[in-house]
Design a protein around this ligand. Structure first.
Ligand code: KG4
Ligand code: ZN
Length: 346
């Protein structure tokens, strides 16, 4: 990272993330040049939630309580790996889930009397970019996850200007809902992506939400409704090859939507030097390639960054990364005053 570092005392940060259905802990440091991930553990609840077709908040919270001690033991190598501060996700997310991580983080901070960082989950997704890459400002960050679809302009570190968000469903939510319509199970993203590989991407014509060029907002509810209508129009059960065609056409439409909105933002803010795609849906291979090609065609000199797949879906290394930058710029929080906030804004 090329920016000036104001506060230069090195610090290893234990980060905890329990906002939804992954119980995660990591130790991250910034060595003055770059971020280093010293440990990174994620206990996924995916199998349990797949059985019920989606995340049941009470079940997720209970599983965090059960899994977090072992996750913390592994992330600290049973106490062998030391750390100087604790960071935790305080929102947005499921309140019962956030509280488990927050209570654990506060307990450690109280017992050890060390610095504390309250991190916004979206700030974590944004800083996942810095785990393996360098950026040049201004950066356009596209957050595409299960709960959010937002374009954010970062002119410098820890500075976020919202350019546009979804008016209804998030991109990941659309993947999950379409997967349910096609009876592909939960989570929808990976299931759709897998079946779409064998499908014809032009088989179905589907609508792009808020298509007007200058509009930087997203909408995916019309796309989801269009898929629902196509499913209803076919005799049931729908043949596997038709499901593949519909999944492929849906995936192409989402990728096209995100690419067009990105190009519209670049037209409005030509000073942007880096585009970063983050969040669970950024794990989608077709989207990654589609957006990269669109950017190469229109803006050859631009830097395009997508984190490694494990840093796209929820993890604690990204929370540690955001905390490291908060520390570098002289910020921290008082653990006593911080509460979980399911609707926390950036
Ligand atoms: O960022 P994330 O792990 O959790 C939230 O903060 O929401 O994102 C989860 C979302 C889910 O909706 C899931 O279906 C989607 O990311 N997802 C994918 C893929 N992997 C996960 N969507 C499309 N393609 C994928 N390969
Ligand atoms: Zn997330």
């Amino acid at each position: 990272m090329s920016s000036v570092i104001i506060y230069n005392q090195l610090m290893k940060i234990l980060a905890i993330e329990t906002s939804c259905d992954e119980t995660a802990a990591a130790i991250v440091e910034h060595d003055g040049q770059k971020l280093n991930v010293l440990s990174n553990v994620v206990a996924s609840q995916m199998k349990t939630h797949a059985a019920s077709g989606g995340v049941i908040p009470d079940v997720a919270a209970r599983m965090h309580t059960e899994n977090l001690p072992a996750v913390l033991a592994e992330a600290t190598n049973n106490g062998q790996l030391t750390y100087d501060a604790v960071a935790v996700t305080t929102g947005p997310g499921l309140v019962g889930c956030l509280l488990i991580g927050l209570a654990a983080a506060k307990s450690i901070v109280l017992a050890k009397n060390i610095p504390f960082f309250a991190i916004n989950h979206l700030e974590g997704h944004i800083y996942s970019v810095l785990l393996e890459n360098e950026v040049e400002f201004p950066v356009l960050v596209l957050i595409v996850s299960g709960g959010h679809t937002e374009m954010i302009l970062m002119k410098k570190h820890l500075n976020y200007q919202l350019l546009g968000a979804t008016r209804d469903d998030a991109a990941g939510e659309a993947f999950d809902k379409v997967a349910r319509l096609l009876e592909l199970g939960y989570p929808g993203g990976p299931a759709i992506s897998q079946i779409a590989e064998a499908g014809d991407r032009d088989a179905f014509s589907l609508p792009i939400g808020l298509e007007e060029k200058a509009n930087l907002e997203f909408s995916f509810s019309g796309l989801k409704a269009a898929v629902a209508t196509k499913v209803k129009d076919w005799p049931q059960p729908m043949a596997q090859h038709l499901k593949a065609d519909l999944a492929a056409s849906f995936e192409k439409t989402v990728a096209e939507t995100i690419s067009r909105k990105t190009l519209a933002a670049l037209a409005k803010y030509p000073e942007i030097k880096t585009v970063a795609l983050v969040g669970g849906v950024a794990a989608n291979k077709y989207l990654r390639t589609h957006l990269e090609q669109a950017l190469n065609l229109a803006h050859a000199g631009l830097k395009f960054i997508v984190p490694g797949i494990d840093y796209c879906t929820d993890n604690a290394a990204m929370i540690g990364a955001a905390a490291c930058y908060r520390h570098l710029f002289g910020q921290s929080d008082s653990w006593y005053d911080v509460q979980a906030d399911p609707n926390l804004q950036l």
